[in-house]
Design a protein around this ligand. Sequence first.
Ligand SMILES: [Zn+2]
Length: 86
Amino acid sequence: MNTNETINKENSQVCPVCKVSINKLGQVQFSSGQMGSRARLYARVCQYVDNRDCINSDPELIGEIKASDRYSTGDNLKNTLDNTFK
Ligand SMILES: [Zn+2]
C-alpha cells in the first residue's frame, strides 16, 4: 500500500514455519499488521513451534526477550496464532 511496504517485501525473508517476514533490519512483520522485533516473534511464536526450519531460532539474532515481548493474556496469543497459521 505504501513505499515502506514495498521495500520490506523486497528485502524480507519469510519464515517457512511461522509465515512471518523478517526484513534486513531485523524487523518482523506480523500478520496483524504491526512491526515487531525478532525477540517478540520468538517469545510469541517461534519458541512454540520448535522446528529447525524456523529462520528465527538463532539466539544471537533474537537477542534479549523482554517481559513486554510476551503475551499478557491468552486471548492475544490465540488471535496471533490464528492469524499466523492461516
Ligand atoms: Zn519462525
